[in-house]
Design a protein around this ligand. Structure first.
Ligand SMILES: Cc1ncc(C[n+]2csc(CCOP(=O)(O)OP(=O)(O)O)c2C)c(N)n1
Length: 322
């Protein structure tokens, strides 16, 4: 990876982290009123995959989508305005955190219904195939989706039709408060299972942004050239509670010890330390990056707060099903 790309990756991961942490910090002001599923700790996948996708590639995502949206080049001001429920939001204030849509960057939608975006992503891939274009449809999913029928149907359909899909499965070990240990067979490898279903699959460390970038840069051109879908499982960990701004290690479904173990593998810290060690960045440069990002984030919150709420009389505008 070129030094220029490394710096871009660092900046993107930091943007996602600092934006999420700013939401956590300001959430108790009660101005953001929709539920938020923060991705703090899981930034590496969103940043690396997002930077490698082209602007016109499609992305569909889950309830935990802020990082995926920013990774794809989504607009921070529009994302925050959406979370504040304002008209300048990327979904015009109708959607909130779990329903981000932005056709400017082909971010085709996130959804609150687990598994809902999988068939949409497959449908988008089918249009790519019919139109013979060179785009990719990237489907972000949590490992919780794998327990749903729609996952297996989508994987099967994409495999049979050799659709240009990248499945990005962020395995953070928990579905709300349920550990993977109680939800899926202990010795079953997700990647091996999907491989057996007919899609070339991989499983890698989701905290190692170098590895993510390397693997995705090798596989994306293959998908683009018609070699069929790829599935990558990224092992990762969400730091904060499932939904909301707090930490919840005290409530009993996971331990503080486990959290600290994963926190030590912080994808941003690891990458930054390597860059410093290899003299690819200086401490002053890092300080400047952080300062600029914090500034940008503060401006975006101000923008979101000042934006007007949608008018109640327009509640049914842009609603296509009644
Ligand atoms: C069809 C459906 N079932 C259940 C839920 C409730 N629910 C919301 S998020 C979630 C956990 C999903 O876990 P995972 O897919 O691993 O994503 P993560 O939250 O870990 O990022 C569940 C069960 C839902 N929104 N939709």
């Amino acid at each position: 990876m070129l030094k220029k790309e490394k710096i871009k990756l660092l900046k993107k991961m930091k943007l996602i982290r600092l934006a999420e942490e700013s939401i956590a910090e300001k959430y108790s002001d009660q101005k953001m009123r929709c539920p938020v599923h923060l991705c703090t700790g899981q930034e590496a996948t969103a940043a690396a995959i997002g930077l490698l996708l082209n602007k016109n590639d499609y992305v569909v995502s889950t309830h935990r989508s802020h990082g995926h949206y920013l990774g794809k080049g989504g607009n921070l001001k529009k994302m925050l305005a959406e979370i504040y429920g304002k008209t300048d939001g990327c979904s015009k204030g109708y959607g909130g955190s779990m329903h981000l849509i932005d056709l400017n960057v082909n971010f085709m939608g996130s959804t609150a219904i687990v598994g809902n975006s999988l068939p949409v992503g497959a449908g988008l891939a089918l249009t790519i195939k019919i139109e013979r274009s060179k785009k990719i449809s990237c489907i972000f999913l949590g490992e919780g989706c794998i327990e749903e029928g729609v996952f297996h149907e989508t994987v099967n359909f994409c495999a049979v039709h050799k659709l240009p899909v990248l499945f990005v499965c962020e395995n953070n070990l928990y579905s709300v408060y349920s550990s993977l240990l109680f939800r899926q067979p202990k010795n079953r490898s997700i990647a091996k299972m999907v491989n057996a279903m007919g899609i070339k699959s991989f499983s890698i460390d989701g905290n190692d942004v170098n590895k993510i970038y390397e693997l995705a840069s090798k596989e994306l051109p293959k998908i683009r050239s018609g070699l069929g879908p790829r599935f990558i499982e990224f092992k990762t960990y969400r730091w904060r509670e499932h939904c909301g701004p707090d930490f919840d290690n005290h409530i009993g479904y996971r331990t503080e010890k486990e959290f600290q173990k994963w926190k030590k593998k912080d994808p941003i810290q690891q990458f930054q330390t390597k860059l410093l060690k290899n003299n690819e960045i200086t401490k002053q440069e890092i300080k400047k990056i952080d300062k600029n990002l914090l500034n940008k984030i503060n401006l975006a919150h101000n923008y979101a707060e000042k934006s007007p709420f949608p008018k109640p009389s327009e509640a049914l505008k842009n609603v296509y099903a009644k």
